[in-house]
Design a protein around this ligand. Structure first.
Ligand code: SF4
Ligand code: SF4
Length: 385
């Protein structure tokens, strides 16, 4: 469905279907319009057919090249709005796609849904477990109530906490997706502690961006102090038999150890990943859905390779970064982070630059301490490619 100018050896195929723009929440940083649109079934089926054909073509190409053990990995994600508003349709699509992917030898496939949690129940969690669906829960910890309110403006933490416990009982490895609103940056370490004490062992975190939020020096300084506390927790929670993945630190440490370019790992803009909007149009990443000038085809028209290439070409390294010693460890060319903060894919914001430097400094401190302890569990996690 898409090509990639930065060729890689991986045959990973990733597609995200935007099931709906509707949501039952009204989070204070959300940039979505919540229009009353859903993806028609025929659009979703067509997207899956195109996706499966691409996976099959890769396996066939490997066979033709006489590779002994052709293999590919395939992942379909369901996105929103709140994707579980389209729960029945998702269940049907998973069954449809699995029947097709199962029939291709050598393909490892899985699904992914990030949900605000309110519509989860034991039945769906069991369906997810049975059908290789990874469920990630959006939860802002101690900032959940003021920030992630429902459409009537009511707090949601109590409800979502119950869903979190339900999820953890069935899937102890459940991942939390946390977004930091600048007004509540001083709650970051408390939130991490809350998740840890609740039994969570993996948290991903991003900073809210866009016209609805305002970061300034005071708020960034609160965040810095909080992340210093998180670094201490991270050391404590990764000693002995304990393991706690804080993705912003884990990624910085692993990518350094494995000598991987941070940007190549974190920004899939146009590379082996296609976002399909409710109307069937293709976009390079979730941030650009519905934005004029960023679509490169559709399930009806196919991929506009020239357009995709021209979009990729617009994503160039910011000139201020070219001489920076940290450039291979920094997300400075991440198209959506840059566009979200500065309105330009190739311009990194002062906030993002400071944040990247902070993450590198703190993750290095944690790694130095944990590696000098020779904790086999931590070392194994970081060195495994
Ligand atoms: S749950 Fe997600 S889509 Fe819904 S309002 Fe919050 S950020 Fe937006
Ligand atoms: S954003 Fe900042 S830290 Fe990152 S490469 Fe550019 S100058 Fe260096």
């Amino acid at each position: 469905m898409s090509t990639c100018s930065a060729k890689t050896n991986t045959l990973a195929h990733k597609m995200t279907l935007v099931m709906t723009h509707q949501c039952n929440f009204d989070c204070k940083y959300c940039l979505q319009k919540h229009e009353d649109v859903v993806m028609p079934e025929e659009t979703a089926l067509k997207a899956i057919d195109i996706f499966v054909n691409g996976v099959r073509a890769d396996i066939e190409a490997q066979k033709k090249a006489s590779e002994e053990d052709p293999k590919a990995s395939a992942q379909i994600s369901f996105y929103g709005g709140e994707p579980l508003l389209q729960r029945e349709k998702i269940e049907q699509l998973v069954e449809y796609a699995s029947a097709k992917l199962k029939a291709i030898p050598g393909v490892k496939y899985a699904y992914e849904i990030t949900t605000n949690g309110t519509l989860l129940d034991e039945e769906f969690i069991a369906f997810a477990k049975k059908n290789r669906i990874i469920l990630a829960l959006s939860h802002d910890g101690l900032a959940q109530d003021p920030v992630r309110v429902d459409r009537g403006g009511h707090p949601t933490k109590e409800t979502v906490d119950k869903k979190l416990q339900m999820l953890l009982k069935a899937t102890p490895g459940t991942i939390i997706m946390m977004t930091v609103h600048p007004d509540y940056a001083d709650r970051v370490s408390g939130s991490l502690k809350f998740f840890h004490d609740a039994g969570v062992r993996e948290v991903s975190m991003v900073l809210a961006h866009g016209e609805r939020v305002l970061w300034n020096e005071e708020k960034f300084s609160a965040l810095e102090k909080e992340l210093e506390k998180v670094e201490e927790y991270y050391e404590e929670w990764n000693r002995g038999d304990e393991s706690f993945r804080f993705i912003p630190f884990d990624n910085k440490i692993r990518n350094y150890i494995l000598n991987r370019d941070q940007d190549r790992k974190s920004c899939h803009f146009g590379c082996h990943k296609t976002m399909v909007d409710t109307d069937g149009r293709y976009y390079p990443c979730s941030h650009f859905i519905g934005r004029d000038g960023f679509s490169y085809g559709s399930v009806e028209e196919g991929t506009d390779e020239e357009k995709l290439e021209s979009l990729e070409k617009k994503r160039v390294e910011p000139s201020d970064c070219k001489e920076c010693a940290l450039r291979f460890r920094c997300r400075h060319t991440c198209a959506c982070a840059n566009h979200g903060h500065t309105g330009n894919m190739s311009e990194v914001s002062a906030l993002q630059c400071e944040y990247e430097q902070l993450l590198i400094r703190l993750s290095d401190k944690a790694a130095a301490s944990l590696i000098s302890d020779a904790n086999p569990k931590f070392i194994d996690r970081m060195y495994k490619s």
